[in-house]
Ligand binder design. Structure first.
Ligand SMILES: Nc1ncnc2c1ncn2[C@@H]1O[C@H](COP(=O)(O)OP(=O)(O)O)[C@@H](O)[C@H]1O
Ligand SMILES: [Mg+2]
Length: 252
């Protein structure tokens, strides 16, 4: 039986007067891939950031409603935001490796969380890079700068960096939009192997990508969640005319 990992319940978000998310209602199952699609500016990134309280960092933001992760109300005043951001990690559009070695990039999070022993860090670095399908390409250059990697390798490094702190949910905001087709394919394949252990929510402008990799797809328009359904259904026979218009390229 599938278990609900994340639930957004009547979630509203305002940037000052800009009402950017309207009554979002969405449930995401454990070990599934959820795709978020919709035209630019419709609130996909904003929604993604509500799931690990990254919007807290923006002053004008006001939120009503609820986000529940594993049964915990993450906007409760006693919620532990540091532990939340460890459990719900994020990968961005442009890979953002730290200007340090490949090894230190991956060891960064575990070190902050208190792991000091070299042998343990070695193990975490190898495991994370293997999981991110990057180990074979970098195992002989772990002490070289991460900035010397290709864009596609840098993005997998950023995924490995997340995996090193043992998250449960991976938020990916257009993770392949800055990558070439081969790197894109590698990241897509990676999502399929990661889904056994993680819950993945991916924003993509690439509808073929959403169709290829996701189980469920949600279509956003002007801050409204128009429709969520099984990915095949959304791309073959959506319920809402606006979804149909978007996926057939009539706008966006
Ligand atoms: N940091 C921010 N401060 C103020 N408004 C923002 C901020 N980020 C996004 N917005 C506004 O919120 C709306 C949704 O943006 P966004 O979530 O980035 O959309 P998408 O990711 O779908 O392109 C837009 O109107 C955008 O201008
Ligand atoms: Mg965005």
């Amino acid at each position: 039986m599938q278990k609900t990992k994340i639930k957004a319940d009547k979630l509203n978000l305002y940037y000052g007067d800009n009402h950017a998310l309207h009554d979002i209602q969405l449930q995401i199952e454990s070990n599934s891939i959820a795709a978020l699609i919709g035209p630019s500016g419709c609130g996909k990134s904003t929604f993604l950031r509500t799931l690990n309280r990254m919007n807290d960092l923006i002053d004008s933001v006001r939120i009503t409603g609820d986000v529940i992760v594993d049964g915990q109300h993450i906007y409760n005043s006693d919620a532990d935001v540091v532990s939340l951001r460890k459990r719900v990690g994020m990968v961005f559009q442009r890979p953002n490796p730290f200007p340090m070695s490949i090894f230190d990039n991956i060891a960064y999070g575990p070190r902050i969380h208190g792991t000091k022993k070299k042998a343990v860090l070695d193990e975490i670095v190898e495991r994370s890079l293997v999981q991110a399908a990057l180990w074979d390409e970098v195992k002989d250059r772990l002490n070289k700068s991460a900035l010397g990697l290709s864009g596609g390798q840098q993005q997998r490094l950023c995924i490995a960096r997340l995996l090193a702190v043992e998250p449960e949910v991976l938020l990916m905001d257009e993770p392949t939009s800055a990558l070439d087709p081969i790197s894109t394919l590698k990241v897509e394949e990676l999502t399929q192997t990661l889904k056994d252990r993680y819950t993945i929510i991916i924003v993509t402008h690439n509808m073929q990508q959403a169709a290829r990799i996701s189980d469920m797809t949600s279509f956003f328009l002007n801050g409204i969640l128009v429709e969520t359904d099984k990915t095949d259904k959304i791309f073959t026979n959506p319920n809402d005319q606006r979804t149909e218009d978007y996926i057939t390229g009539r706008f966006g």
